[in-house]
Design a binder for this molecule. Structure first.
Ligand SMILES: Cc1ncc(COP(=O)(O)O)c(C=O)c1O
Length: 440
């Protein structure tokens, strides 16, 4: 062993020891310990990978990132997986890719989207599922959502299609898959691009097929609240080969060159291109064929992500178990609370456990009761996003009534099911909900 190898081994051993000591799970004390709605769950493996990648000091995407992308592409059985710095960036790239010039000839959809073209999307959504539509000068068409599934009402989607509708952008809210049989059929028959926002639903399936594999592209988030984390991070599952190059170009400044970081002349003709109005032979590294961004993630993020991915199956299992326990435990309160509704063809990978209060129950009082008992709650993101201050004035088309979305905004909240919670915490959540209604 060289001196460097020896030092590295010692550093990593100390890292293990330190993590086991400082980040060991704390015992749960009912009423005293906080029950978060979500959070990072990790052990020595993540911290060792983080330190190891830091010692390499590659910094920008390198071998860990490449391995992460390959691992995730294999998990989804996808053409490609593109790592980015957030789920929001993944959404931005998906919509921008539909608008990129190269998409004119992409197979399997209506071609490139132009300003004024429409994308159908639900009114209950995460803001950055919607903003890329607005930022790309497209028109969002809002369809109402359903209490119970908290997803777009699939029966209303086809009737919302207009002459300029070119795409559906469908989030699987709080991890519950939408009716993908109907939505893929409508997209195919009406020649629309289908994008999925899978940020809340990693590992969920519909008719046995993974969410994220139904449309041309899908997004994931690796923010700590999500199914696995790297701090900040996200990715695109690419199912249509025609989007692989354009997505990477848009992520990497809009460049035409597709060399990996640190590589030169992958195309074999670096000084032999004629593009735009540039002089013949202009360095391909500095040719920009798209209006791009820099949305790359780092090597350290990917290193953490690889360790988290190893734990994903048991993370998903724990989320499903906690969800089931809450569902069973709260059944006797169904006259006061509406519990989640799941399509029998779907197997959710729950992000949280959504609850809608029935008439006569004061959501604010209930949330205050739970928060007072140290049980964290969240609302279903933006509620009816059209009522959010930043979205009041956006150009839009609204299809029909937004009754369901308004009710979700008024009456719904969710509690956690993440793998950091075990039976004791779930029992306590149930107990506190019963306590609020004064019965057990
Ligand atoms: C459905 C959905 N889409 C997109 C995002 C954005 O992901 P990020 O926070 O990584 O930008 C989130 C974040 O929670 C989300 O829930």
């Amino acid at each position: 062993m060289s001196q460097a190898e020896e030092l590295r081994a010692r550093i990593l051993e100390l890292t293990r020891e330190y993590t086991a000591l400082v980040h060991a799970p704390q015992p749960f004390v009912a009423g005293e310990s906080r029950i978060s709605y979500s959070g990072r769950v990790f052990d020595e493996a993540e911290v060792v990978n983080l330190v190891s990648s830091s010692l390499d000091f590659w910094l920008t995407a390198g071998p860990y990132a490449e391995k992460f992308e390959k691992t995730l592409a294999a998990f989804f059985g996808a053409i490609d997986f593109t790592l980015v710095n957030s789920g929001s960036s993944a959404n931005l790239l998906m919509v921008s890719a539909l608008c990129a010039e190269g998409t004119s000839n992409a197979a399997g959809g209506p071609g490139r989207l132009l300003p004024g073209d429409e994308i159908i999307t639900p009114a209950v959504t995460f803001p950055t599922t919607l903003t890329p539509i607005v930022q790309n000068r497209l028109l969002p068409v809002f369809v109402d959502c359903e209490v119970g599934t908290y997803n777009i009402n699939p029966a209303l989607v086809e009737e919302a299609i207009g002459p300029r509708t070119k795409a559906l952008f469908i989030p699987h809210t709080v991890g519950n898959p939408c009716d993908m049989a109907l939505l893929t059929e409508v997209a195919r028959r009406r020649n629309l691009w289908l994008l999925e926002d899978g940020c809340d639903a990693m590992g969920a399936t519909f008719e046995g097929k993974l969410v994220g594999t139904f449309g041309a592209m899908s997004s994931l988030s690796f923010y700590p609240a999500h199914h696995m984390t790297m701090g900040e991070g996200g990715g695109l599952v690419i199912n249509n080969p025609d989007f692989k190059k354009v997505v990477r170009s848009l992520r990497d400044w809009g460049r035409d060159c597709w060399c990996d970081p640190g590589c030169n002349n992958t195309c074999g003709r670096r000084f032999d291109w004629r593009m735009g109005e540039l002089p013949y032979g202009y360095d391909h590294k500095y040719i920009y064929s798209n209006l791009g961004y820099n949305l790359k993630a780092t090597e350290m993020q990917a290193a953490i992500g690889l360790a988290q991915f190893e734990k994903l199956p048991r993370f998903i299992e724990a989320r499903r178990r906690n969800f089931r326990l809450l569902f069973e435990g709260l059944k006797p309160l169904q006259h006061r609370l509406e519990l989640p509704r799941i399509d029998p063809r779907a197997n959710p990978s729950p992000f949280g456990f959504p609850i809608t209060v029935r008439d006569g129950v004061d959501r604010r009082a209930l949330i205050n009761h739970l928060e007072g008992a140290k049980i964290e709650t969240r609302l279903v993101f933006g509620g009816n996003i059209l009522r959010q201050p930043g979205f009041l004035d956006i150009e839009r088309r609204v299809h029909g009534s937004m009754e369901g979305s308004d009710r979700i905004m008024r009456d719904t909240f969710f509690v956690g099911v993440y793998p950091g919670l075990g039976d004791a915490q779930i029992d306590y959540i149930v107990e506190q909900l019963f306590a609020f209604f004064g019965s057990r």
